[in-house]
Structures are given as structure tokens and as C-alpha cells.
Design a protein around this ligand. Structure first.
Ligand code: FES
Length: 993
């Protein structure tokens, strides 16, 4: 039996691999020349195990559509079949898994040889999806159904959430998938950055360069030209300095000018995903993550077409007009045999003529407008070609299943006179919406322009400008002129000179005024359609219907932000690109509030999905080596990355290393500690303000532990402060904190206007910590400095010589033994390391790594910021209230800490020791009465006590000596008890020996 099954699977696999994907209606062979494809180069790839063909230049969407595929995915909730809609990377309908990477937009992914593509969110197959039963069970899943049901008994939600997650959703990542690709990180600068390579962006880039600015033109596709590449060519009105009369020549003309300019750098295939403070742009370009800083930015991000609202508006075969133009012009595809084209703008006539040009004769235009509102030339042309036109008609319903078969249309004033028109393509155009996401992040406000029927930016933001369709332009002339205007404003802002600036400004503004055109018209029928009860989708990504929005409003969610969270509209993969506009209009109609007041939801970065691996672990991460790095490697140290440094984790046996420090003597390279040299008459006062402790009263040569807090009282970093003299302090910080702490110090220095000089000496000085009962004997062999505790007590410093080298010796005790930090010029790193090892040979000295250090410090309950603290940790709930001097006039975080202190603590970081031999992991939860109440921040096995122990954050009522707790370790609740004092040398006597 098993053999038979195996045989069947092998045959099936062979059959599927060799079956060509050709459910063809529009045959693959019928391709004509598209601007993006090369018909002489054929490519083969697999889609759902079937062999499929493409031409070089095809993306997955065009190749699959050309092969006859109409269903590309299954919808999020109802598992309805979905086909191509926008072919512009905006909608969720063509998401597929490519070579193991889920949720790739087929319309943006170029086909590559032997690509393995699979469909998502269906079972057992895309064409036959058993879960499509949910399409018939919509009554069981009203809006917000998971809030309404599954709450009693509570276990119900645990079960239901697992089922819902399995059934609904997008693609899933396979456990075995490993993406080995690494991202190159880089920083770039530019005078002017223009985002968007359409006519407005190209015009802006050329104008800015003409005034002498260095320009970076960022374009998300491989080509410049934007919508001009697929739109029907039109005539251009006369524009100064542009001697062209037709749009077809415009792209090649502007591209050639840009290529000629030495000041313009074009960044193709690059998507800006975030606009951060001070014109810092986050950009993803293939396998690169680029941080681009600009003096000024021009957004020419264009606009995108929107779908219309009617019953079954999501059927495969219903496509935006711009999508059809792309299939025709870019990919040489004839998309249908019989088309209905629906909308309220001249754009539907242009699409009809485009289809007719390539041989589609059977076309009906359903125009919601009166005939007199139509461009007369387009109308005459359509009539001349015998295209049927229904004026003041609307589409009520799409008809079909996994493919469109026709649509029901009716006069706007009488839905009862409806009729059915057969078609295999329903082209729709529900208007346009500016691509405003980045502008919103840049700080622009938006107003709803009822004439343009879309939200457009209003007001000003310093150093940021916009042009073209994103600003509400509707013509090529306006694109070009607004690009020039934005460029002029941008270069002026960036400090460049514009000759005769006032005249030029006036001239452009006048031209812009002359070129303003009649706007596109809104969906006249939206209000009536909102009354329909069928499946009319507002949000394609989240499968949210018009009636869902109405129900949610009826249930009290009338504000756009709460409505968004309740219905999940705008929360899908397109982040509202396709639904934001209709959503706001539907809310406006349902609540009787104007669209402007309804407003927009917020779009935060990242605007597009950014793989975590693009940001983390870059290929060119700067890795610092200490001056003793070579010695560690010679001793076979196991090196790890800590912050941006390479450090020895251990030299083979961390437990032995820790015991050696406890019983004999050990040395550790601590050069990676951040080091700041603070000088100036106000240094003491300055440190008093930044740290919670007090330093102005510190005696010369004394050392004091310090905690740095943010304004809200949470811990940023810790370290030591040594007073070298009244105007000179030496500060150490954590290894990973130094860069941000240096910035923090400098920011406060500027704000406080104090006489303080801050120098980062982290790399200039290396440091070794020598610790253990024989540390003094070892060090004494290399120095004349008196090391006995009377002359060199704990938490003091002396400057002198060790092994003939000038050093700063700090007597500190992070690992809990008598010891010194030796700070010295980095060029002597290897020499000093060797000298200490030689001197300590007779005491059996051992180098120890970070792991042994972590064990030893944990036995002393010494915290490591960001390991034992999180974004809610303060000195108070971390058990370090002793380091906060509330009697100081002021320090950063004081107000918040005073408030916390008066309120009383909710939680506290304390120690614990396990009752049995098992050791928890960092982060394991503390479970009481079946509920998590706290978490282990650090845990290790103590070589001294032979038990698991560590630090744990607990509710204050549990943070008492000997309180029994249970820690969940590998699914088992194991007993432990609270210890409030350090496990090792609780009185700190050994440190003072
Ligand atoms: S259509 Fe994508 S979030 Fe609504």
C-alpha cells in the first residue's frame, strides 16, 4: 500500500512538472511587442509545480496572466478567488511565495529562470480551495466577530485563535527556509532627493540640477517615466523650454537629459520605506539598505487608481484601467475578447481605445456621467469605432465565479431597469488617490478635495516639497511645471541661488494656473451602493465589506481610527493604498460628517514590508577588535560580537575561568568599555545633571557608580565616574552604549550651555581588569604604586606606571573580588597583556572571558543594562535606589522617579536560587497559579554553589527574601526561592580586602 502511495506521488510530481500552465484563454503565443519584454528570450519557471513560460522582462503577474491564469490568490477571510487588479504593487491580489519567500507581489517580481513560485492561503489547491466554504458562511463572521464570540469560556479563544490563524491569512514562512542573503548597508548624502521618476520627478530633478544642486532621483521600478510609460499618448500644450507636442517623446527626452547631467544620480529599483527626522530616508534597493540624508526632499510619488464599489467587485477579471494599459503597453498582452469599461472619467475612453487598437472589438463603456461631460474628441473617436456607450449608467454587480462572465448594469436613476452584459474583462476606474504615505510621515496635513475626489497635501513642512500627481495634478503639463516649481523652492531652501527668482516664480505659477484642467469625477453612485447588502468590498486585503463598515458605525465605532481597529480596514498588506479613500467616503456618508472631518488614518514607517534581515546583521557591519585581539585568538578564545566589538566569550572552559578568579587571579580584556574624558569648570555640575548620583562633591581620585536615566526615569546606561581633579572626570559606560551616551552628553552640553569638553577616548585607551585573591601580588610585581587597601582603598584611583607604562588604575569590583581596572594607551595592549600573564604565572593566572564575567557579576547581583533592564526599568525597580540622590536640585528623570517613589513600586529586580539542579534560561517566565507574573532576566549555574541562580523581575509582593516561586523551564514549573542579597560575599568584604 505504502509503495502504491509512493508511486502515485512520484508520477504526480513528474506529471505536474511537465504540465504546462496553459488554461489558456489568451494564449502565451499571442504576445506582441511590449516595451518591457524581449520576445526573443524565453524563460521557464514553476508555478504550483506546473511548468510556465515567460519572456525576459516579464514579471510573474504578466507571465501568469499571459499563460491564461486568472486566479492568482485566495482572499484573507472568505477564501474568494482573486485575480490581477492593479498590476502596480498596490493591491494584495497577486501575493505569491517565491523560492520560499512568502507574500511577494507577483506584479513587481521579475521572472527568473527556474524560479519556484507557489500560491498562498488555499487548500488543497488554488483552483479548488476547500476553505472557500467560508464565502458561504459570512453570516457566521460579522465584523469584529472575534471580539464578539469566543470569550466565554476563556479556553474557547485559545482554540479559536489557532483555527482562525490557520485558516485566514497570507503566506507562511517554512521552518526549513533559510535566506542566506545579507544586505549591504550604506549612508549617502544629497543636496536634493527627488522621490519618484515620473514626469514630475524627472522635471524636478533636471531643474534642481540646472541650479547647481546634486540630485538623487529615487525610482522604485527599473525605468523612469511613471504613468507615461503605459498611458495612452496625448498631446502636450506648449511649455517653455520643452519643444515637444506628444507625450510619447517626453520620457525619452527627459531620460536623455537626466543621463547627460553629471549632477543627477538615478537610483532605480529603490523603494523609500520611511521618512524620518531631518530628511533622513530609509531606502531598500535590492540587497541594500541605504540611509539617505538630504538637505531637502521633493516628493513626486504620483497617484494610483482606485477600484469602484459594487457587488462582487473582487471577481477575477475585474481590473483597473491602468492595469489593462500596463498589460497592453509594457507586456504586449491582449487581455480579453469582450470588455465592459466602467467609471466616470475620460480615462475609461482612453482604455477603451487602447483595447480597440489591439483588436478587441466588443467593448461597452458604462459611464456614470452625462454625454456632455465627456471629452468631445474621445467621444467621437469611440463612436467612430462603434464602441457601445451607456451614459448615466452604473455597474451594480459582477457576475461569475473564478472568472468574470459579465456584469449587471442599470441607469443611475432606476436600478430596476437593470440588464446583464456578457464580458470576460470588466475594466474599472474609481478615480485616483495621491500616494501620500511618505508625505504624511514627513508631517504634511491633508485635505479632501471634492473636485479632485481625493486627499491632497495641504500646508507646508520645512525643507520638504511635492510635485505632480501626489499634489493633485491631473495633466502632464502640470506634472512638468509643478516639478520645476518644487525644484526651485527646494534649491532655494538648500542654499543655492536662483537667478531672477521672483520673475521665475511668477512665471511658473501663471503657467500652472493656465494648465489646471477639469477634474476626474467621483463615484456618483457610492451613496446608493452603500445601501446594497451583497459582497461589495471596501478593503480587499482584509476582506471587509461596505456593509461591515456600516455595521461597525452602527455599533458605535464612528471615529476613523477606532473604526480602523475594529474593522481592520487599511490594516492589510497594502496599508490602505486601495481602500483609504473609499473608507473615508463611506464613513462620511454613513455618519453624515464631511470627508475632511472624517480624515485619514496614520501611515507610519515602514511604508512597505522590510525584511528584518535588511536592517539587522549587515554584511558590512563594522567590527572592532581590541588591541589585545591577536593574543586572544592565539589563546584559542571563542570570539563573539558584543555591540560592535569582537570579544572572547571564553578560552575553553568558562566555569574553570570563573573559579580561577574566585580562588586565584584572572585577567579580562575590558577595552570595549565606553570611555569619556570630561573636562571643564562645569564638569561636576554637568555630571550631577546627567546622572542620578552626585559627583560635584566627590573627592579627588574617588570613584562612584552612576546610572543615566532618560526623562521618564528609565535606565539608559550605567558605569563609573572617577574624579581626576576638580575640572576633570573619567567616565566609563557600557560597551554597546557609548555612541548613544556620547550623543546624549553632547546634546545636554549644548542645551545647558556649560563649559564642558567631552572627548570619546574609547579606542585611544585599552583596559584590563585583574581580579582575584592574588591580583594584588601579581600587580605588585609590575608597579611601585602601593596597592595595600589603606593606601589604595576600594573605589579610588591612582595614576602611575604599570610595566613602565603610564596607566590610570581604578580599584573597582564588578566581578566581586579585589581587583583593578588598568587603563592605558592602546598601543601597549599586547605588551600589557603579556606582562600581566608573565607576572601572574606563579599564581596560576588565567585569562577569562565574558561568560565567566557574567557568572561572577551575577553572583554579586550586579546588573547589565538592557540584559537585566528593559524599557520600563528604573533605578527604583532595579534595586538601585541607593544610587539616586533625590536631594539634588535636579537631574534627568528626577520628576518621574519622584512620582514613582511616591506611588510605590509595582515590581522589583531581585535574586533567586533554584531548589533543584535545573538552570533556567534568560527570559524564562515565573509562573504562579498558572499565570506568568515575572521573568528571569539573567540566569547561570553558580560554580561556587553548584545551583542555578540569577536575577528575576517580580511583583513587589513576591520580591521578599525566601519567597517561593516557580520558574517555567522547558515547559516544567520548577521551584526556586527569592534571595534579596548577593549570593557571593553579600557584605562586599572581599572587595575591600
Ligand atoms: S485594501 Fe489593502 S488594507 Fe484595505
Amino acid at each position: 500500500m505504502q509503495l502504491l502511495v509512493l508511486l502515485y506521488m512520484v508520477i504526480r510530481k513528474y506529471y505536474m512538472k511537465n504540465k504546462v500552465n496553459a488554461d489558456a484563454k489568451c494564449n502565451f503565443k499571442n504576445r506582441s511587442n511590449g516595451s518591457d519584454i524581449d520576445l526573443s528570450k524565453k524563460i521557464e519557471f514553476l508555478f504550483d509545480e506546473k511548468k510556465t513560460y515567460a519572456y525576459k522582462g516579464d514579471n510573474l503577474a504578466s507571465a501568469l496572466y499571459a499563460s491564461g491564469r486568472r486566479v492568482f490568490s485566495r482572499s484573507f477571510k472568505y477564501h474568494r478567488p482573486r485575480g490581477l487588479l492593479c498590476v502596480g504593487g498596490n493591491c494584495p491580489n497577486c501575493l505569491v511565495t517565491v523560492n520560499g519567500v512568502p507574500n511577494v507581489k507577483a506584479c513587481e517580481k521579475p521572472v527568473e529562470m527556474e524560479m519556484v513560485v507557489t500560491s498562498q492561503n488555499s487548500w488543497p489547491s488554488l483552483n479548488t480551495d476547500f476553505f472557500s466554504i467560508f464565502d458561504k458562511m459570512g453570516w457566521l463572521m460579522p465584523v469584529g466577530f472575534y471580539y464578539k464570540f469566543f470569550h466565554t469560556p476563556r479556553i474557547l479563544w485559545t482554540i479559536a485563535s489557532k483555527i482562525i490563524r490557520r485558516i485566514a491569512g497570507l503566506g507562511s514562512i517554512s521552518n526549513s527556509f533559510i535566506d542566506k542573503g545579507k544586505y549591504q548597508h550604506s549612508n549617502k548624502h544629497s543636496d536634493v532627493v527627488v522621490i519618484g521618476g515620473g514626469p514630475a520627478g524627472m522635471s524636478a530633478a533636471l531643474s534642481a540640477a540646472k541650479y547647481g544642486a546634486e540630485v538623487t532621483l529615487v525610482e522604485k521600478s527599473n525605468y523612469l517615466g511613471g504613468h507615461l510609460r503605459w498611458n495612452r499618448p496625448t498631446e502636450i500644450n506648449k511649455i517653455p523650454e520643452l519643444d515637444l507636442s506628444i507625450t510619447t517623446k517626453l520620457v525619452s527626452f527627459l531620460s536623455a537629459e537626466i543621463n547627460k547631467s553629471k549632477l543627477i544620480q538615478v537610483m532605480n529599483n529603490a523603494s523609500v520605506f520611511g521618512d524620518y527626522e531631518n530628511n533622513l530616508l530609509g531606502i531598500l534597493k535590492e540587497k541594500s539598505f541605504i540611509k539617505l540624508r538630504a538637505k531637502t526632499v521633493i516628493f513626486a510619488t504620483g497617484s494610483h487608481e482606485l477600484p469602484s464599489t459594487f457587488e462582487n467587485n473582487d471577481l477575477p477579471g475585474i481590473m483597473l484601467c491602468s492595469a489593462i494599459q500596463k498589460l497592453i503597453r509594457l507586456y504586449g498582452i491582449t487581455p480579453c475578447k469582450r470588455a465592459v469599461i466602467f467609471g466616470s472619467s475620460n480615462f475609461i475612453y482612453e482604455t477603451a481605445l487602447d483595447l480597440n487598437d489591439i483588436g478587441v472589438e466588443n467593448i461597452t463603456i458604462v459611464d456614470q456621467r452625462k454625454s456632455i461631460e465627456v471629452d468631445i474628441e474621445l467621444l467621437d473617436e469611440a463612436k467612430a469605432r462603434k464602441i457601445e456607450i451607456l451614459f448615466e449608467y452604473t455597474v451594480l454587480k459582477g457576475v461569475g465565479g473564478s472568472d468574470i462572465k459579465g456584469c449587471i448594469v442599470a441607469p443611475l436613476d432606476d436600478f430596476n431597469k437593470s440588464k446583464r452584459i456578457a464580458c470576460d474583462l470588466l475594466a474599472i476606474s474609481g478615480g485616483f488617490q495621491s500616494n501620500f504615505g511618505l508625505l504624511q510621515q514627513a508631517g504634511f496635513k491633508f485635505r479632501f478635495d471634492s473636485k479632485l475626489d481625493q486627499f491632497i497635501p495641504s500646508g507646508e513642512v520645512k525643507g520638504v516639497f511635492h510635485a505632480g500627481r501626489v499634489s493633485g495634478s491631473e495633466s502632464v503639463e502640470l506634472d512638468i511645471l509643478s516639478g520645476r516649481k518644487a525644484a526651485m523652492e527646494a534649491v532655494l531652501f538648500a542654499g543655492f541661488e536662483v537667478p531672477h527668482v521672483e520673475n521665475r516664480q511668477k512665471e511658473i505659477e501663471q503657467l500652472i494656473e493656465n494648465n489646471k484642467e477639469t477634474s476626474l469625477k467621483e463615484d456618483l453612485n457610492l451613496e446608493n451602493k452603500l445601501k446594497q447588502t451583497g459582497k461589495s468590498f471596501i478593503c480587499y486585503c482584509e476582506d471587509v465589506l461596505v456593509k461591515d463598515v456600516k455595521t461597525a458605525i452602527h455599533e458605535g465605532y464612528s471615529d476613523i481610527e477606532t473604526l480602523k481597529r475594529y474593522t481592520t480596514v487599511t490594516m492589510g498588506p497594502c496599508q490602505g493604498e486601495m481602500c483609504q479613500n473609499t473608507f473615508a467616503k463611506a464613513c462620511s456618508i454613513a455618519t453624515n460628517v464631511d470627508v475632511d472631518t472624517v480624515g485619514l488614518t496614520t501611515r507610519r514607517p515602514p511604508l512597505i514590508p522590510v525584511p528584518l534581515r535588511a536592517i539587522a546583521n549587515p554584511i558590512n557591519l563594522v567590527s572592532h577588535a581590541t588591541s589585545m585581539d591577536r593574543m586572544h585568538r592565539k589563546s584559542n578564545a571563542y570570539m563573539v560580537d558584543i555591540g560592535s566589538w569582537q570579544r572572547p566569550l571564553h578560552y575553553g572552559d568558562p566555569v574553570k575561568e570563573a573559579l580561577s578568579v574566585r580562588n586565584k587571579v584572572g585577567i579580562i580584556d575590558v577595552s570595549t568599555l565606553g570611555k569619556l574624558d570630561i573636562q571643564g569648570v562645569d564638569s561636576g555640575m554637568f555630571l550631577d545633571k546627567l546622572y542620578t548620583h552626585r559627583y560635584s562633591n566627590l573627592k579627588q581620585a574617588k570613584i562612584r557608580y552612576g546610572i543615566l536615566c532618560a526623562d521618564n526615569g528609565t535606565i539608559m546606561d550605567d558605569g563609573t565616574v572617577t574624579k581626576l581633579n576638580d575640572q576633570h572626570y573619567f567616565v566609563t559606560t557600557s560597551t554597546s552604549g557609548i555612541e548613544s551616551i556620547e550623543q546624549w552628553f553632547k546634546w545636554w552640553k549644548v542645551s545647558m550651555k556649560q563649559s564642558v569638553y567631552i572627548t570619546n577616548v574609547t579606542s585611544a585607551f585599552s583596559a584590563i581588569n585583574i581580579a582575584g585573591p592574588d591580583a594584588r601580588n601579581t600587580l605588585a610585581k609590575l608597579t611601585d604604586i602601593k596597592l595595600d587597601t589603606n593606601r589604595f582603598p576600594y573605589m579610588t584611583s591612582i595614576q602611575g606606571k604599570v610595566a613602565e607604562i603610564d596607566v590610570l588604575l581604578l580599584r573597582v569590583g564588578f566581578v566581586g573580588e579585589v581587583g583593578w581596572e588598568i587603563h592605558f594607551p592602546s598601543e601597549y595592549g599586547e605588551y600589557m597583556w603579556d606582562a600581566l600573564l608573565s607576572a601572574g604565572k606563579e599564581f596560576d593566572i588565567t585569562p577569562f572571558g565574558v561568560e565567566a564575567q557574567r557568572i561572577l557579576r551575577l553572583e554579586k547581583h550586579h546588573i547589565i543594562p538592557n540584559q537585566d533592564t528593559d524599557i520600563l526599568s528604573t533605578p527604583l525597580n532595579s534595586g538601585a535606589e541607593w544610587a539616586v540622590k533625590f536631594d539634588k536640585d535636579d537631574f534627568i528623570g528626577k520628576q518621574a522617579l519622584v512620582f514613582d517613589k511616591n506611588k510605590g513600586l509595582d515590581s522589583l529586580l531581585v535574586g533567586f536560587i533554584m531548589e533543584d539542579q535545573k538552570i533556567p534560561d534568560d527570559g524564562d517566565p515565573v509562573i504562579m497559579d498558572g499565570k506568568p507574573i515575572g521573568k528571569v532576566t539573567s540566569a547561570r549555574n553558580s560554580p561556587v554553589f553548584g545551583k542555578g541562580f540569577g536575577l528575576v523581575s517580580l511583583p513587589i509582593s513576591f520580591a521578599k527574601e525566601d519567597t517561593p516561586i516557580f520558574i517555567r523551564v522547558n515547559g516544567e514549573n520548577l521551584p526556586a526561592r527569592v534571595v534579596t542579597s548577593p549570593l557571593y560575599d553579600p557584605q562586599g568584604e572581599k572587595l575591600k580586602l
